[in-house]
Design a protein around this ligand. Structure first.
Ligand code: UT7
Length: 330
């Protein structure tokens, strides 16, 4: 009897640019202060990508290169690359195409996937399905966002939140049951008006007026999103545990999207997890949208053990949200 194929994570990579923007730097730019930012969000500093002509592909390429080096394979072995992002290099072509070219992934096809802060979970679930189908052997799933390219540094409601980074995982077939076990993903477009970019899409194309009105920046009605996020991320994570007959005791790590420390705490409490089992690096990077979860996996890679049950959870623009259960294979 042929064994069921699961999609195991066989390598991880991550990258955050060197330049740091601290809360104290922001104090000089807008009416805010370090204490407010830390107590309301958990953030102390974030990384920013500097340099004319640089974009999300410049974050994704080094993250994926680390992963290839760790696995000891060349880019030509990649079958497919999925990049989750809301800040593509250009509206089109897809950033995945550009990244494949920069890496020399000549045999890969690829595409961008947009699900805001849940983008990595959507992409991981999609990539896992490609592996489970038996058709593909090496799928790279990357979450990358150059958020500072769409942040209004005169708006204290949003500019304190976001940073730039990328993280990536390699998925390969496994017949011993390791890898992606289950995923619960949701979306609700009635949340679109709470977190979005007002112009630059087909509904409201770019014009002098839209630029003057600052409509090409990320707009967020923070408290409304907060309310939905606290409930959405905690509920879906609890549902995932229940569906798989697990309790907090069975979970080695929670890997939450890093939008706000208070949302992370609420999710961990709901799952019955102590803080020691929760990956938190929001203080260093802020909210890097699709990159938060894979960047955590990269930073914690040496603390993860083969067989660990890991829950990845996110909530973000769309609204989109979800939780994914992974059995660590490394
Ligand atoms: O990742 C995608 C999903 N996004 C999220 O999950 C984010 C969800 N939302 C949040 O995390 C929070 O709503 C924020 C961190 C964005 C804001 O925190 P909050 O506790 O909801 O604050 P608020 O917007 O209700 O503002 C409270 C007060 C207001 O002053 P008044 O009206 O009480 O006098 C704001 O004007 O804090 C003021 N304020 C600030 N003060 C200093 C807002 N931003 C700042 C600031 N510095 N940067």
């Amino acid at each position: 009897m042929t064994k069921k194929i699961t999609a195991a994570i066989t390598a991880v990579g991550g990258y955050a640019p060197e330049d740091v923007l601290s809360n104290f730097d922001l104090e000089k730019m807008v009416d805010t202060n370090d204490e407010w930012i830390r107590t309301r969000t958990g953030i102390s500093e974030r990384r920013i990508l500097k340099g004319e002509g640089k974009g999300t592909s410049d974050l994704a390429v080094p993250a994926i290169q680390i992963l290839l080096d760790k696995r000891g394979i060349s880019a030509e072995e990649i079958d497919c690359l999925i990049i989750a992002t809301v800040t593509p290099d250009m509206v089109f072509p897809a950033t995945a195409n550009i990244v494949c070219h920069k890496l020399g992934a000549k045999n890969a096809w690829g595409f961008d996937l947009e699900a805001a802060c849940s983008g990595f979970l959507y992409a991981l679930t999609t990539g896992a399905a490609l592996i489970e189908s038996g058709r593909y052997k090496k799928v790279v799933v990357c979450g990358a966002d150059n958020m500072t390219s769409i942040v209004d540094y005169s708006d204290r409601n949003t500019c304190i939140l976001f940073g730039d980074a990328a993280g990536a995982v390699l998925l390969e077939p496994n017949t011993e049951g390791y890898g992606v076990q289950d995923s619960l993903l949701r979306s609700d477009g009635s949340g679109a008006d709470f977190l979005y970019m007002k112009a630059g899409g087909s509904r409201r194309p770019a014009s002098v007026e839209t630029v003057m009105n600052k409509e090409h920046y990320a707009f967020q009605e923070g408290p409304s999103v907060f309310k939905f996020a606290v409930k959405g991320m905690a509920d879906i994570s609890a549902e995932l545990l229940e569906k798989n007959n697990l309790t907090g005791d069975d979970i080695a790590w929670l890997v939450p999207h890093q939008a706000n420390l208070r949302i992370i705490d609420a999710t961990a409490n709901r799952m019955g997890l102590p803080k020691e089992k929760v990956m938190i690096n929001i203080q260093k990077y802020g909210n890097t949208t699709a990159a938060t979860i894979p960047l955590c996996l990269y930073e914690w890679r040496n603390q993860l053990n083969k067989g660990d049950n890991i829950v990845l959870a996110a909530f973000g623009g769309g609204f989109t949200w979800g939780a994914t259960l992974v059995k660590w294979a490394l």
